[in-house]
Design a protein around this ligand. Sequence first.
Ligand code: MN
Length: 200
Amino acid sequence: MSLKEYTKKRKLGITREPPGIKKSSGKKLHFVVQKHSASHLHYDFRLEMEGVLKSWALPKGPSTNPAEKRLAVNVEDHPYDYKDFEGAIPKGEYGGGEVIIWDKGTYHSVETKNTEESEKLLFDGLKKGHISFILDGKKLKGEFALVQMKKRGKNTWLLLKKNDEFASSEDILKNAKSVVSGKTIEDLKNGTPKKSKNIV
Ligand code: MN
């Protein structure tokens, strides 16, 4: 999917999220998990690849427990700068509701730490329906995989935690605060300073 779909859905100028511009981050590949209180509360898992954010909606959020496979619905690519968006999308707009940056950090392929090679391996893997990667976030760390459930339609994937030193049966979602502002979705709903943190 390209950014076209994203741009189509956004009425630019009305909402405060970044417009769809391709950008590269430089040295390391970034990821972000945004907690999004839209019509249904979900988490958006986004991986930087080829200048955009490949995106999956996680209805139940991520888990650090290898026994819990989490549904990940592939959605349209988002612009790279969207990783810094936290705030409220006006009601009635696409994705209307509050967004916090639940986690963020860098990541690379399990096979290499080299950014260029990682990007190539991940991009190829994406087309094949299976990628394995190491997250270095504030909350999520260690090896994860995204696996396409081809029989259930091309957008249906699972996010899995691999067994490593960062695997845990504790519910990571209990830590509900933004890693950027320390705010929760509820803080945003209650109208504490309505600043959205984004790059224009
Ligand atoms: Mn969302």
